[in-house]
Design a protein. Structure first.
Length: 266
């Protein structure tokens, strides 16, 4: 059985390169920002970071395929790297430090490609999280300076902290009533947004989170980190992994209730 640790080390090298590129342009007064066809922003830093990661992978893993947010899929085969160069571009272009580079390795298996390595690097926050299949999830400055992640043991909604990104997506999908009912039942809600709630679930500082509309590159790295920390990561349909176009993550103890509310009257 592969242990994926060499791939994890490579993912850290890729994240280091991306961090250098993104931090160099963070808060730059002359940062160039365009609007993509789906009306979301993309900065020159998004493109530069993805190009750097693709260049490294072409040299280090020439047989592996690559899927990135900005440049699509390249290559075929049973192993595919999935890259979101800047998750949280809207924050990035406004100078908000909550953004990260998401890097995952997915491998073909039963039920399609599944994430086996994930790194989430948020250099403006000075934080990085990572995981490899069957090796646990960690956070720290480097592979040699890290602490193991473990989800919370909160088992009651009344004691639970629930994180999300925004209200508009839930309303557009007709899920807002169930969402609001859930917020009334839990102890605390916060809209941290993007990658961060999933990392908080993995750390145990938040008990559950969800988003109604996502792409594979938004989820692949988050999914392996949450599950290796002992949590659950599914679509709103309950399907395990990052394949449903949306996501629900929890400590596992609250997952059925989380899905129940978000699918209520839907």
């Amino acid at each position: 059985m592969p242990d994926y640790l060499d791939d994890l080390r490579l993912a850290h090298v890729l994240a280091d390169a991306a961090d250098a590129a993104t931090m160099e342009r963070f808060k730059a007064l002359d940062l160039k920002v365009e609007t993509k066809p789906d009306m979301t922003p993309v900065s020159e830093a998004d493109k530069a970071a993805e190009e750097l990661v693709r260049g490294h992978l072409a040299r280090a893993r020439p047989r592996d395929a690559v899927l990135g947010e900005e440049y699509g899929v390249e290559g075929t085969g049973p192993r595919r790297w999935v890259v979101d160069p800047i998750d949280g571009t809207k924050n990035y272009v406004r100078g908000v430090p909550v953004w990260a580079t998401l890097i995952a390795l997915m491998e073909a298996g039963e039920g399609g490609y599944q994430p086996v390595v994930g790194v989430v690097s948020a250099p403006a926050l000075g934080r990085r999280w990572w995981a490899a299949k069957d090796h646990g999830a960690f956070s720290g400055r480097s592979l040699t300076s890290a602490s193991k992640l473990q989800v919370s043991r909160v088992s009651k909604l009344a004691d639970a902290s629930f994180a999300y990104s925004s209200l508009s997506g839930w309303e557009e999908q007709g899920r807002l009533d169930g969402f609001l009912d859930l917020t009334r039942e839990v102890w605390r809600t916060r809209a941290y947004g993007d990658f961060w709630p999933y990392m908080m679930v993995a750390e145990g500082s938040v008990d559950m989170c969800a988003e109604p509309e996502l792409s594979l590159w938004d989820m692949a790295a988050n999914a392996i980190i949450v599950t290796e920390a002992g949590g659950m990561f599914t679509g709103l349909d309950g399907r395990p992994g990052p394949h449903s176009g949306n996501a629900a993550a929890s400590n596992g103890l609250l997952h059925d209730e989380l899905l129940g509310y978000l699918n209520q009257r839907y």
